[in-house]
Structure formats: structure tokens, C-alpha cells
Ligand binder design. Structure first.
Ligand code: RP5
Length: 162
């Protein structure tokens, strides 16, 4: 068993700049995580092993980001009963709509909580993971409430001229 409750997985090194947004949020909320490259197509055995050992290793939530034919989140959801949060990585050819469609249309029985395309989606995936863990972690719930209040307070009420 490990103290790490969140696994951030991604299909490629090239996904990390996007997925780092999830990591940054978890850092800010003091939620321990691990980050791994696990490709549905290039390392299918690694995917299977990760999914099979996720529960016994003590993970509670998996954030999975991929682009293009983005099968990683769905395949991970088929391999573990842990909640899987999917992040469609923005692609050059189709702007990430391909990633979004690959992740969001799961068949009944195997849900993936699909976020928005790109960096905002990855950041929200980090927040969503923290929200799930905060259900049973009052100290984290407090940090999350503070984070949300700080964000609200940082938004000016009156727009500035250019
Ligand atoms: C997907 O293919 C990855 O998730 C990545 O978004 C995309 C491109 O991968 P690279 O060719 O940059 O390694 O599997």
C-alpha cells in the first residue's frame, strides 16, 4: 500500500505539459500523486498491470489523459472500478475534438468522467480528484474550500479598460 491516492496517467511524454496542470492543482492542495506514461496502444501490458494493481496499491482516483485515438481512459475504466477522470489532450490535426469524442462516448457500464479539452480540462481533473478524496478527508475539504474562496476573491467585479 502507498500513501499516493491519485494516479495521473498519460499516453505519451507529449501529453505531460497538459497533464501537468492536474499535477499543479494537486500540489497546491497537498494531494500526493504519481505520474506515469501508460499508453493504450504502445504499452498495453503496462496499462493492464496498472489497472490490475491500482486498488491493491491504494489508489483511489485515476486521471487519464490522451490525445487523438484516446483509448487510455476508457480502457483503464474497463480494468478498474476506481473512478477514472478523462482528459482529452488537444491535438494539432483535429484540435482535440477527436480526443474528446474518443473519451466521452463510453458504453453503458464503464463510465469515464470526461473533462474539457486541454489545459483547463486537466486542471479541472486535478480539482475533481481532490473533490472526490475530500468526501472522506475533512482537512483536504478545508483546503479545497479555501482554494475556491481564494479563486473567487481574485476575480474583479469591475472590468478594466484595455
Ligand atoms: C496518444 O497519441 C498520446 O496520448 C498523445 O496525445 C498522442 C501523440 O503521441 P506522440 O506521438 O506525441 O507520442 O497516444
Amino acid at each position: 500500500m502507498t500513501d499516493v491516492n491519485v494516479g495521473i496517467i498519460m499516453g505519451s511524454q507529449s501529453d505531460w505539459p497538459t497533464m501537468q496542470e492536474a499535477a499543479r492543482l494537486l500540489d497546491a492542495l497537498e494531494v500526493p500523486y504519481e505520474a506515469r506514461i501508460v499508453s493504450a496502444h504502445r504499452t498495453p501490458d503496462r496499462l493492464w498491470e496498472y489497472g490490475k494493481t491500482a486498488v491493491p496499491r491504494g489508489l483511489k482516483v485515476i486521471i487519464a489523459g490522451a490525445g487523438g485515438a484516446a483509448h487510455l481512459p476508457g480502457m483503464m475504466a474497463s480494468k478498474t472500478r476506481l473512478p477514472v477522470i478523462g482528459v482529452p489532450v488537444q491535438t494539432r490535426a483535429l484540435s482535440g475534438v477527436d480526443s474528446l469524442y474518443s473519451i466521452v462516448q463510453m458504453p453503458r457500464g464503464f463510465p469515464v468522467a470526461t473533462m474539457a479539452i486541454g489545459a483547463a480540462g486537466a486542471a479541472n481533473a486535478g480539482l475533481m480528484a481532490a473533490e472526490i478524496l475530500a468526501i472522506s478527508d475533512p482537512a483536504l475539504a478545508e483546503r479545497l474550500d479555501r482554494w475556491r474562496a481564494d479563486l473567487s476573491a481574485s476575480i474583479p467585479e469591475v472590468p478594466k479598460d484595455d
